[in-house]
Design a protein around this ligand. Structure first.
Ligand code: F6P
Length: 371
């Protein structure tokens, strides 16, 4: 659609969905200030799309004006001032029937009606792959929108990187630094489990930067005997301790992924592979083994300056895009530029670690085992 065909923008809304990632508040601030600069009003939807689907649950109606004051001093804050949710996907919204059965219903029409009711001219959705799928449906139903990619997992295709990833990698690297001294003092095996869903980006980057001895990622199913081999090799060369970095989505050769729970209306929750790997190492080698699950610590805290800058660039680019007449697109980092890619091209494609990448080759040259 060309700019001339689009009605002028007066009011925009922003929603943040999916698991939080450091940098969300920076996007909100940049988008809000950029919109104000153009004379547009900005509103925030609370808790993903929940604020628009169930406004009666909120004292302020689930829809809050984003004033300059409201976005002051938030660039460095983790989390999202709007709240978020990775439950209750509006496309598969779980409704419990009187007989106790759960049915998943599509509530996207209600979202479109809600925005029309508030006279919203354009929407910015900030989220991961699940949010992109929702955005694509809303765009097809006529909402003028731009998506901003976010996830600590860095598994979204079509953008060089997502904000939140650098902060997560920094924290995991520091954790490895700290674990080295205690592992060495006790001559133990330390197994460190990190998030990342079905991709191994966090484990790989922090594992290499933090000098892990073994890195297990979903892209390469592991053989536990190879892991033990590495531990023995190290022992023979005088290193009595070993640090094993495990991505939550890592799987043993011929085995399945470790899942904590399945719940209607949301993605399966991963976890537990660290315990599994540690138990097997102990059973085979007899080595004293400990497990550290970094979990949600990776999502908390202040974004690094790289993540802040990326998030600020994305927020401002989303508003510039709307002004230029872009719609149904996702902003993406294509260094040194921020560009717009059709949501359809970006969604549903997971970016996995290429095993031939130079970071994997570097790890191998450093003697790190992938099991
Ligand atoms: O996608 C981000 C992420 O942090 C994943 O790495 C992890 O598997 C998942 O979210 C955990 O989600 P929850 O917030 O439901 O624990």
């Amino acid at each position: 659609m060309s700019t001339s065909q689009l009605s002028p923008i007066r009011k925009v809304a922003i929603s943040t969905g999916g698991g939080d990632a450091p940098g969300l508040n920076a996007v909100i601030r940049a988008a809000t200030l950029s919109a104000h600069k153009r004379g547009w009003e900005v509103y925030g939807v609370l808790d993903g799309f929940h604020g628009i689907l169930s406004p009666e649950e909120y004292p302020d109606g689930g829809f809050v004006p984003l004033t300059r004051k409201r976005v002051r001093g938030i660039t460095h804050l983790g989390g999202t001032i709007l709240g978020t949710s990775n439950r209750n996907n509006p496309l598969k919204y779980p409704i419990t029937r009187p007989d106790g059965t759960v049915e998943e219903v599509d509530r996207s029409d209600e979202i479109v009606r809600g925005f029309r009711l508030h006279h919203i001219d354009a929407l910015i959705t900030v989220g991961g792959d699940g949010s992109l799928a929702i955005a694509s449906v809303l765009a097809k139903k006529g909402l003028r929108l731009i998506s901003v990619p976010k996830t600590i997992d860095n598994d979204l295709d079509k953008t060089d990187v997502t904000f939140g990833f650098d902060t997560a990698v920094g924290f995991a690297t520091e954790a490895l630094d700290r674990l080295h001294s205690t592992a060495a003092s006790h001559g133990r095996v330390m197994v460190v489990e990190v998030m990342g869903r079905y991709a191994g980006w966090i484990a790989l980057h922090s594992g290499v930067a933090g000098s892990a001895d073994v890195i297990l990622i979903p892209e390469r199913p592991y053989d536990i005997h190879k892991v033990v081999e590495k531990i023995r090799e190290r022992e023979e060369s005088g290193s009595k301790f070993t640090i094993v970095m495990v991505a939550e989505g890592a799987t043993p050769k011929g085995g399945g992924i470790s899942v904590v729970e399945h719940e209607a209306g949301r993605a399966e929750r991963l976890g537990g592979v660290g315990e599994k790997v540690a138990a097997e190492i102990h059973a085979i080698s007899g080595k004293e083994t400990r497990v550290v699950v970094l979990g949600h610590l990776l999502r908390g805290g202040s974004p690094t300056s790289f993540d802040r800058l990326t998030a600020l660039r994305f927020g401002a680019a989303a508003i510039r895009g709307l002004e230029e007449g872009q719609a149904g697109v996702m902003v993406a980092l294509d260094p040194p530029h921020v560009k717009y890619v059709p949501i359809e091209e970006a969604m549903g494609k997971m970016k996995m670690v290429p095993m031939e990448s130079d970071i994997v080759l570097t790890a191998q040259d450093l003697g790190i085992s992938f099991g």
